[in-house]
Each structure stands twice: as C-alpha cells, then as structure tokens.
Design a protein around this ligand. Structure first.
Ligand code: VG1
Ligand code: CO
Length: 580
C-alpha cells in the first residue's frame, strides 16, 4: 500500500502544559519527536470521529511551521482523516483557528492542530509548540491531553503516507494527498465574519476617522497578528499604514520576544510615551504626538496589551473596564446585556467589583483558557445555568468572549475602540483619553493595584521546594511584619460549576487582612527549567490614594511575600527576571 509504518520508541517529557506542548525547535525536529506526538494525538481521537473527518492545521508562522505542517499532512492522510483546512502560508492565529472550527461550513471540523508556542520566542534556537483544539473550538481539556501523553509513553509505530506530494501552502486551492484532501484557505475570512457579528464596524470606522482626531498604533510583534491587523484595522476600518508596527510576520519574530507586555513590547511602550515601568516618560513633552490607543498582540495573536496616551491599562483593569462598558459592544448589548464575568484566580479582583455592582455572575477559574469553555457551552452540556454572553480574562494579557473559544487579541482592540467611541459621542470634540476613562472607573469601583513578578529558568527542584514550603501544614496565618497581617493561606482548587470537574493545587494564595493578595504558582508554559510567578494585588477605594505607580503601591507587599515564601533562600534570586 501507499501507507507505511515507521517503528518508533517513546520519548519522555511530552506532557502538554497550560496550553499545549512547548519545546525547543531543536528537540521537536530531532528524529521522530513530532511524528510521535502527532501519532499519539491521532491515536487518542475516537476512530469513528476521525475517520473521514475535516481538521484544521495551521500555525503562527514560527520557525519549523512549514516543515511540521508537511509531516502532519502525511500522518493525517495515513490515519484516515478526510480533509485538512490549512491557512494560506500555513498560518492562522489561535482565535482564527477557533473561529474556523466553529463557523466554516457550519462547524464541520472535528478539531484543529495549532502550531505555536504562543508568546515564547521563535527561531532555530527557540521554541516550537503544538496546541489541540476540540470540536467546539476550545483548547483540549486535560482529560484529552492526559490521554495523548499516555499514548506518547507507549507508542510503537507511526502511520505515514509514503511519497506524499509536497503541498504548496502559498496557493489557495485543493490538493489530493492519498485519500485525503488538503484545502488551503484564506486564514482571515471566517474570523473576520465572527468579528463583524460582534462589533459595529461601520461605527468603528467612523470613530477612527473622527474630525476631532484619533490615532491608533498596533504592534503585531512580527507575529501572526500582522495579516489580521492589516485586514481588520487597515482594510476594513480604514486605519492608515502608519498605524502598524512590526507588521510583517517573521519566523523568528524579528528576534523579539513576542509577548505583549511593558518589558517586551518596548518599542510600542516608547511610542506611547511610557517607561518600561508603565509610568509616563518624563522626557516626552509633546503630548499631542503620542497616539491615543496603543495595542499589541503575541506570537499567535490571542494575547493583547492595551495602552492609552502615556497610560498603561493593566490586563485586569482592561477586563473590569470592558465589563463596566459592556453595553458599548453590540455582541453583549444585542444578547440582552453581559451576564457573566469569569477570571482566572491570579487575575485581580477589579472585575469582581463591577460584577457586584451590576449583579453579574462572577466565576473564578484556574489559570488557562480551557477552564472558560464549559461556562460558554453550559447549555450544550445540559447545565441549568446559562452563563452567556460572557466576558473572560486573565492577568496574562488575555481577554475574550464566547464569540470564539479562545482569548482574542484583536477582539480586545475592537472592544476598546468601542469603549472609546461610546465615551466620545461628539466626533468634533477633543478626545476624552483612556487615562480619564480608567480613572473615572477607579473612582466608582476602587483601584486594584496589581503586578506580577516572574522568576524564569529557576532550577526545578528549587522551585518545587519553595512551593512545598508554602504548602506545609505549619505555614500558618499569623505573622505580622511591616504592617501586613496574613489572614489565610490556601491552595486554590476549582470545582467546575457545569460538570463538577475538579482541579486542585492551582496556586498558593496568601490572603491578607486588608484584602490584599499574593499568589504563587509555577508556570506551565515554559520549555526549560521552572518559572515562578508571584502575583500581587492591593485594593484602594480612596480616590486620593489611587494615583501611585503600581510599583510604589505594591513594593512593601512584594517584599513581605518574598520573605514569607523564602524565595531568595530557595532560588538564590534577588530580583525577578521580569515584572509585568
Ligand atoms: C501562561 C499564563 C496563562 C495563559 C497561558 C497560555 O500560563 O499565565 O494565563 O493562559 O500562559 O497563554 P503559565 O502556566 O505559564 O502561567 V498563550 O498566549 O500561551 O496561549
Ligand atoms: Co498566545
């Protein structure tokens, strides 16, 4: 036959983390590494669903994307898949894959393989990654990725098509590969349709062209957001070419770290008149040259950063502001108004304040977008509770809704354009800036000072020892130091309100008497060593005390939390790798 079987042996360490499997390119391209993982994935799909099925395969265009797609084509063809949809050039953003799975031909696809390590750097020396999304377009649940992992540990053979034709990914159209059909499709079109249903494009176009003046800068960080931004912001909404920064997709993201935060999106941060700390840059005097809205996306375009003129909007505040202004977004308005907000546990409680005031359901989930999916599909899963329309967010620059089943960077930009438009009904008047909109919000709901310290490439044993120390039963509330009183310590666990699914040991929370929090957890997206994340939050209701920088406001809490965790003792680190 034209199928052949490759003998193989299991490779250790293929356990997917918070969002897919991430490894150095060198590891993934070595021998049958990718083959093993992909075959294990196909072995874990129910045969009757996979036979003749349509699947999406695309990536964020990082180094090794095209080679990996060709290998996946050959393995898919030998595993009975009927049709593959691949974005032109082999690229599709993560939210666009979710949209294609859900919308194209009425939601025919059984799932999608997304080749991305998201916000991790790319290039021959950097990271590659594989995510799998299910039939409803949401990231695979742990039960599935656990099954894939188990399969990687017992794999013996790979089914592959011999002498498969090379598919030209740069030409739209259909190629036959054995019994399977490969269709190279427009990577933007289905996704654009979803956005057009969610927002009022005509109103946004008018707002952008307002006579009173408005300037947007969008930083694609040389990631997959580039072609989407060109179509959505450029072609559809009429933004001029000067809007775009780092706006060509590159295999190595131009050597940048494609993570949209104050540290890594440094060019945008500068353009917006800010210092890397998020404070206004005092050396910039000409306020009028600074754009009104700055936004950036990560490698696979599911993350976003929102900046105002000389003003940093924390992702947690962004979530709260979108919740408070939900009626500015047709998607929410037209479904009778926003009903539910959900945030990951380490995300600040700013959105909780809005939920309380507006009577919305507020759900606190573990880290990772996959935990939001059940809430979005509650009705389909037979739950009595209807959570949609829903707004979800993570402190890690992730925001989105049930328009797809992924966080969505471009969605966040359109959400903020909608908010700005609603606060600026008079097109002739000078623009009310984002800083004023956020400060007014704080005056109503209070301000949740927030930041995150990351300690990267820490020795894994040292990181685990520190977490074990925090989890010791005799690590009890009580100590008072520098004015802080520790009220409670717990290890976050989650019981899914729809299907009762449990997630335990999701992060140690130090809860202080004044409502402040410090949270410690280990990252699940790194490709080597461990990353400790420390999240800090302090609530301030008093308007006269809302004007500090977050580093000023949180420094004492940070010092205290570091002391309690004995972080320096366990890791030898005196300072974090990055503060966001
Ligand atoms: C990080 C973030 C988490 C996010 C995940 C995937 O996970 O903290 O909020 O969902 O990345 O984002 P971790 O385990 O490293 O803290 V992405 O843009 O990779 O899809
Ligand atoms: Co991402």
């Amino acid at each position: 036959s034209m199928f052949k079987t490759l003998r193989t042996t299991p490779v250790e360490g293929m356990k997917p983390g918070t969002s897919g499997l991430r490894k150095k390119v060198k590891v993934v391209r070595d021998g049958l590494y990718l083959h093993n993982f992909v075959q294990a994935l196909f072995d874990s799909l129910p045969p009757h669903e996979k036979e003749g099925a349509t699947m999406v395969v695309s990536g964020d265009g990082r180094h090794y994307n095209r080679e990996a797609i060709q290998i996946i084509i050959e393995i898919a063809a030998a595993n009975g898949v009927g049709r593959l949809w691949i974005g032109k050039g082999g690229i599709m953003s993560t939210p666009a894959v979710s949209a294609v799975i859900r919308e194209r031909e009425g939601g025919t696809a059984m799932g999608g393989i997304i080749l991305t390590a998201s916000h991790n750097p790319g290039g021959p020396e950097e990271d590659f990654g594989i995510k799998y999304n299910m039939q409803n377009g949401e990231p695979a649940l742990e039960s599935f990725t656990d099954a894939v992992y188990a399969a990687t540990l017992s794999i013996e053979e790979i089914k592959i098509l011999a002498n498969a034709p090379k598919v030209d990914l740069d030409v739209l159209g259909v190629t036959r590969v054995g019994e399977m059909v490969v269709e190279v499709i427009d990577p933007v079109q289905d996704y654009l349709g979803v956005l057009k249903d969610a927002f009022d494009f005509e109103a946004l176009r008018k707002f952008i062209a307002r006579p009173g003046g408005f300037k947007l800068v969008f930083d694609a960080m040389h990631g997959v957001a580039a072609p989407y931004a060109q179509v959505v912001l450029g072609k559809e909404l009429g933004c001029p070419p000067s809007t775009f920064l780092h706006a060509s997709s590159k295999e190595d993201f131009g050597g940048l770290h494609p993570d949209p935060n104050l540290a890594y999106a440094s060019d945008l941060v500068k353009v917006m008149g800010l210092l890397p700390s998020g404070a206004p840059d005092p050396s910039m005097v000409e306020d009028k040259d600074v754009p009104d809205l700055g936004a950036a996306a990560d490698g696979d375009a599911d993350r976003n950063m929102i900046l105002g003129k000389r003003f940093f909007v924390t992702p947690s505040d962004s979530l709260a502001l979108i919740a408070a202004n939900a009626d500015a977004i047709p998607f929410f308005r037209e479904q009778g108004g926003l009903r539910t907000v959900a945030r990951s546990m380490p995300t600040s409680q700013a959105v909780d304040q809005v939920a309380r005031a507006k009577g919305l359901t507020c759900v606190e989930t573990p880290t990772g977008w996959k935990y939001f999916g059940n809430l979005m599909d509650a009705r389909a899963l037979g739950s009595a509770q209807d959570y949609v329309p829903i707004l979800c967010g993570e402190e890690s620059f992730g925001t989105g809704s049930n328009h797809v089943r992924e966080k969505d960077g471009m969605w966040a930009v359109l959400a903020w354009l909608s908010i700005l438009a609603s606060h600026n009904p008079n097109p002739e008047a000078p623009l009310k800036p984002i800083s004023a909109i956020v400060q007014e919000h704080w005056a109503i709901y209070g301000r949740n000072y927030y930041c995150r310290y990351d300690y990267e490439t820490v020795d894994s044993d040292a990181a685990n020892a520190m977490m074990a120390h925090l989890r010791e039963p005799d690590f009890k509330p009580g100590p008072v130091l520098d004015g802080f009183v520790l009220a409670e310590v717990d290890d976050f666990s989650y019981s899914d309100p729809v299907d009762g699914r449990q997630a335990v040991k999701q992060g140690v929370r130090l809860l202080f008497e004044d409502g402040s929090r410090a949270v410690f957890r280990l990252s699940g997206t790194g490709s080597s060593g461990a990353t400790i994340r420390m999240y800090l939050e302090r609530y301030e209701a008093d308007v006269s005390k809302q004007g500090m920088t977050s580093s000023e406001a949180l420094k004492p809490l940070a010092d205290f939390a570091i002391k309690l965790a004995k972080l320096e003792h366990y890791t030898g680190r005196r300072a974090p790798t990055v503060i966001t």
